[in-house]
Ligand binder design. Structure first.
Ligand SMILES: Cc1cc2nc3c(=O)[nH]c(=O)nc-3n(C[C@H](O)[C@H](O)[C@H](O)COP(=O)(O)O)c2cc1C
Length: 309
């Protein structure tokens, strides 16, 4: 599809810098790769793991956008300034995380339950910062009707873009995206929009293009993890190359075997479904404790043909 900007969604634990850079090397790089969220800390700018994720030299060859998760303007500003010093001109605010531990503290999608505080937060950060700020949001915490007020708040600010995952916090990833509220945003938002949610296959993407022919920005997460070549129809060889690059990337970072296996297993939770009839390998991959055995199992999986997505 021409003229559409595609973004890789941030996925904590999965879309690491190793993953992002490997993806961009093997496939045509997407327009943006969002970095999983960073939370402000009282006494320091970044934990080492966070610093590794955002260091520009670890994000070579991609346009990376860091994301901050907080409901305190002071913390957001501090981290945003530190990111600006590293060279970032664009920062994303997470108002979408549905996790209970996050939302119960009125952060992520929980922030949506306190619209007045959200308004003041945005006033403060937009006054203090000279940066492009985008927001990744759900449409409410308990009720999708919350979205009308939330959208009015977002409309008060010159956002770089408003990325909407049209579920509420209590949906988690259940049910289907509430497209009527995305339609509402198309009609009422004064900011550029980006759609995110359940774009898993070429057919679903085609349906989206048909329904929303004017939309020009799409963010994909699980669909791309399942099939990293979803947007460019790559070959099985490319998929193997990508897998190898990822594994080598983790090895060259000096990660311990069990940590690498943990990361790869998370990936296969999604990716196994790309191989026709290979579901039985999901358990085998999950169980293995040795990289050498893991490699053997994965080689067998690659013998299966790829489902036509
Ligand atoms: C394991 C996992 C980790 C995620 N981590 C983040 C995150 O750090 N920041 C964020 O904004 N969204 C995060 N998300 C949400 C995704 O970015 C995306 O919005 C969600 O998966 C819906 O898009 P999809 O249907 O294309 O997957 C995460 C989702 C999953 C499943």
């Amino acid at each position: 599809m021409k003229n559409i900007k595609y973004y890789f969604a941030p996925m904590e634990g999965i879309t690491t810098f190793t993953y992002r850079v490997a993806h961009a090397k093997v496939y045509k790089p997407l327009d943006k790769y969002f970095i999983p969220f960073i939370e402000p800390h009282e006494k320091r700018d970044f934990k080492n793991k966070e610093l590794q994720e955002i260091l520009p030299e670890n994000n070579e060859g991609i346009y990376a956008v860091p994301q901050i998760l907080t409901n305190r303007a002071e913390g957001f500003i501090k981290v945003a300034l530190a990111l600006q010093k590293l060279g970032y001109q664009e920062i994303n605010l997470n108002v979408g995380c549905p996790s209970k531990t996050v939302s119960s503290k009125y952060k992520g999608a929980g922030f949506l339950a306190r619209p007045q505080e959200l308004l003041h937060f945005l006033e403060e950060i937009f006054t203090a910062l000279d940066l492009k700020i985008s927001i990744k949001t759900r449409i409410g915490r308990d009720n999708p009707e919350e979205f009308y007020q939330i959208l009015e708040i977002y409309n008060k600010f010159p956002l770089e873009e408003l990325i909407i995952h049209p579920r509420i916090q209590t949906d988690y990833y259940k049910n289907t995206p509430r497209m009527e509220y995305y339609q509402e945003a198309i009609e009422k938002s004064t900011n550029p929009l980006c759609y995110n949610g359940d774009l898993f296959t070429s057919n679903i993407l085609q349906e989206f293009y048909n329904h929303f022919p004017e939309e020009r920005r799409l963010m994909l997460g699980r669909g791309l993890i399942l099939n990293p070549s979803l947007l460019c129809h790559g070959t099985k060889e490319q998929l193997q190359e990508f897998h190898e690059l990822l594994l080598q990337g983790y090895l060259s970072r000096g990660m311990e075997e069990n940590n690498i296996l943990y990361k790869m297993k998370e990936l296969w939770f999604y990716q196994i479904h790309l191989f026709q009839g290979a579901e039985k390998y999901e358990k085998k991959i999950k169980k293995t404790q040795k990289l050498i055995e893991y490699r053997r199992i994965v080689e067998e999986v690659f013998d299966y043909s790829i489902v036509d997505w």
